[in-house]
Design a binder for this molecule. Structure first.
Ligand code: FAD
Length: 428
């Protein structure tokens, strides 16, 4: 029977495009479906959306050949990080030199990342980028097991042993495609996740993250600054102009809406008051936008013929700058698992193959979700005893260099069971 593609990736955002590049130049036939044309990075000023990128993510971008285009376009290294508690006297300082690295990570505009990945995808004859095209529905051949019986059984233990031979897809514009594996890289509201009947657990934080670009009177010194306010963390992230930072200001929804509605001058005054004078005066602010924040984790990442990754599988609070880095690691692992299975002449849509990806990633992602949620709760209280204890903990950690070095390595994605691409291996 003819199957159009080995892998169809629904979603050509940062994570889906990384997976596509990781599968570039291999024997797998890959299609990426993306409904929206990507906007290029602005010529004047900066994209409102930026991401803090870890060293492990840089290694993945290098391995798939997308890093040079990002470096050429625009990015900013983070050499140090300063975090402090507005409600107490705790502070911590991280310096990349302490772990023998020139940088702790990078701030890159999301549009720069996507454009570099899309440009790289064009180099691969086995990848087709189908845009504008959106997934609408799926129908799986489940090896003779009726879908109704399967959903009534529900639990993973009862999933059919027989792998599906393919997944049939329909698009919003009426095309029909088939694939051995459908990958959901279609973001937090993932249609793939819903069509596959995979539940996601979590909660809204009732907070929004306000983003904007600001100019300050003092240079940022390639340092990422984060002040924990009882209302939510406020980060000033360094851009390539040493007087420009991208802010991520998390606040309760009502307060965030109020801040968004302020005139520029009033917003800058509120920002100055919230951040303090560590970077001198806030001199200008560009357009602002806000994004609702939530924690979510899919109960499973895979089913026969289906895999989820990136925000389709998990969402975390942006306070640790880890969200999309988890997605890039998912992409590197899934590529490795699929290519190894294909090399061993296995059916890549088989549940056992995809389960290896899930086992590899789900625990690490759950741990990061728990840590960021713990920090959010810890710093969300004004209780004097807790403020005292958290400041004590912060200051003790600051004085314990080996512990700090360990934290830096974990945050940079350099610890744990890394996929080949994150270890710097080029290709498969
Ligand atoms: C304020 C804020 C700040 C953040 N800062 C950081 C940070 O510093 N570092 C970090 O690591 N993370 C950060 N994050 C998290 C990060 O932005 C997300 O994890 C990341 O955008 C997820 O990427 P993705 O590719 O999985 O999903 P998305 O970016 O949501 O992409 C999904 C893609 O799927 C497409 N799509 C949707 N429906 C369909 C369909 N039916 N068919 C086909 N395609 C479809 C969409 O058009 C889109 O292109 C931040 C998040 C917020 C809100």
């Amino acid at each position: 029977m003819h199957i159009d593609y080995d892998v169809v990736i629904a979603g050509g955002g940062m994570v889906g495009s990384t997976l596509a590049c990781a599968l570039g130049n291999t024997a797998l036939r890959v299609a990426v479906l993306e409904p929206l044309p990507a906007s290029p990075p602005p010529e004047q000023g900066y994209d409102l959306r930026v991401s803090a990128i870890t060293l492990a993510t840089r290694a993945i971008f290098e391995a798939v050949g997308a890093w040079p285009a990002m470096e050429e376009r625009r990015l900013a290294p983070i050499r140090e990080m300063r975090v402090w508690d507005a409600a107490g006297a705790g502070s911590i300082h991280f310096d990349s030199a302490d772990i023998g690295q020139p940088e702790l990570g990078y701030i890159i505009e999301n549009s720069v990342i996507v454009q570099a990945l899309h440009r790289r995808m064009q180099d691969f004859s086995n990848i087709r980028y189908l845009c504008p095209m959106a997934l609408q529905g799926i129908e799986r051949d489940l090896g003779g097991v009726a879908p109704a019986a399967r959903s009534a059984q529900g639990r993973r233990a009862h999933l059919p042993q027989q792998p599906p031979s393919h997944v049939a897809l329909t698009t919003r514009t009426g095309e029909r495609l088939s694939a051995r594996v459908l990958v959901g890289a279609d973001g937090a509201q993932s249609l793939v996740r819903r069509l596959a009947g995979i539940r996601s657990r979590g909660w809204e934080f009732n907070q929004k993250g306000i983003v904007a670009t600001v100019k300050t009177s003092q240079p940022h010194r390639q340092t990422a600054w984060q002040r924990f306010l009882p209302t939510g963390p406020l980060a000033m992230l360094p851009l390539d102009d040493e007087y420009c930072c991208s802010i991520v200001w998390s606040a309760d929804t009502a307060r965030a809406d109020q801040l968004l509605a302020l005139e520029d001058g009033d917003f800058m005054a509120a920002l100055q008051e919230a951040f303090g004078d560590a970077l001198g005066l806030v001199e200008t602010v560009g357009p602002r936008a806000a994004f609702p924040l939530a924690l979510a984790h899919a109960e499973g990442y895979v089913q026969p013929g289906v895999a989820l990754l990136g925000d389709a599988a998990h969402r975390v609070h942006p306070l640790a700058g880890q969200g999309v880095n988890l997605g890039f690691a998912d992409a590197a692992v899934l590529a490795e698992v699929l290519l190894e299975a294909h090399g061993a002449q296995k059916d890549i849509g088989q549940y056992a193959v995809l389960r290896r990806y899930e086992r590899w990633r789900k625990f690490d992602n759950a741990a990061m979700l728990a840590v960021t949620d713990g920090f959010k709760r810890l710093y969300g209280t004004r209780h004097a005893g807790i403020v005292y204890l958290r400041d004590l903990g912060m200051n003790l950690t600051d004085a314990a260099q080996p512990l700090k070095n360990k934290i830096m390595r974990v945050a940079a994605g350099m610890d744990g069971d890394l996929p080949r691409l994150a270890r710097g291996a080029r290709g498969f």
